[in-house]
Design a binder for this molecule. Sequence first.
Ligand code: PMV
Length: 321
Amino acid sequence: MITARAHTNIALLKYWGKKDENLILPFNDSISLTLDRFYTDTSVEFDANLVEDTITVDHQPLIGPGLKRVTRVLDLIRAKSGHNLPAKVFSSNHVPMAAGLASSSSAFAALAAAAAKASGLILSNRELSILARHGSGSASRSIFGGFVQWHAGFDNQSSYAESIQCPVDWDVNLITVLIDTKQKKVSSTIGMQSVAKTSPFFPAWVKSAQADVKPIKNAILNKNLASLGELAEQNAMRMHATTFGAIPSFTYFQPETLAILNTVRNLRKQGVECYSTVDAGPNVKIICASTDNEKVITRLAAIVGQDRLVVCKPGPGVTYL
Ligand code: PMV
């Protein structure tokens, strides 16, 4: 039995729309930061005595679309290693599931790494990234630590993530504001399909996201927090604009999401360098230097309470336990 640990990542340049639904190829490159606080541990064992795959996530048997995606990754690994053994998978998330905190990113990265190794495969991180992508697009990035770029690519082999900067040797951290950790109503898969099919803003989103790649990468390499934060916040707002333009229109924002976004803008006006990003859920993540954490936390705690704020630092890539 092999156990792997992968950490969640938060995109500063979002993946939002698939140009190939089967291969999970995104329209544009994306860039993320892997976090230290949220992770998934997954153990995999292939066993000839099993009748079928048994998947347990947080002590519950996995069913539905999640199970299909796990099976897809396991099947790819079985094909690659030339065996057809059923797997026993045991996974525990140290992250609130499906609340826009990207639990799928850590889950499928840990699964790909553990299952490949349990099959006796020795794969590069790039190959693991390609495998993880088949479970969840964002998982391709969680194979790596620190700042990561997922190249959109044009086929299975050209769509993979790679490290931009790891370790991250400058002061950047991310404060997670847990507004609602319940399962969201519109999954990222459904949300992406809806905007790509119906939102007139979608083509503009793809164009502006791809144009953001170089500037965001440069901001990271130059360790320029203000530039990185500004670009990341704009990118997130443009992603969410596509949902307002969809038919039927929808949003992941909740009243507290807007309250936090406003507070961050106001803090900025007062000279505190902090910036927001929001994924396919109501929770806001705030990018700032740790030297500003106290100022940011004091203001946010007044809205949501201190217990719903989690300070995260850059985290590592996939490891084996
Ligand atoms: O990997 P998925 O299918 O859960 O999609 C993730 C989409 C966003 O979190 C909204 C953006 C991203 O790049 O992580």
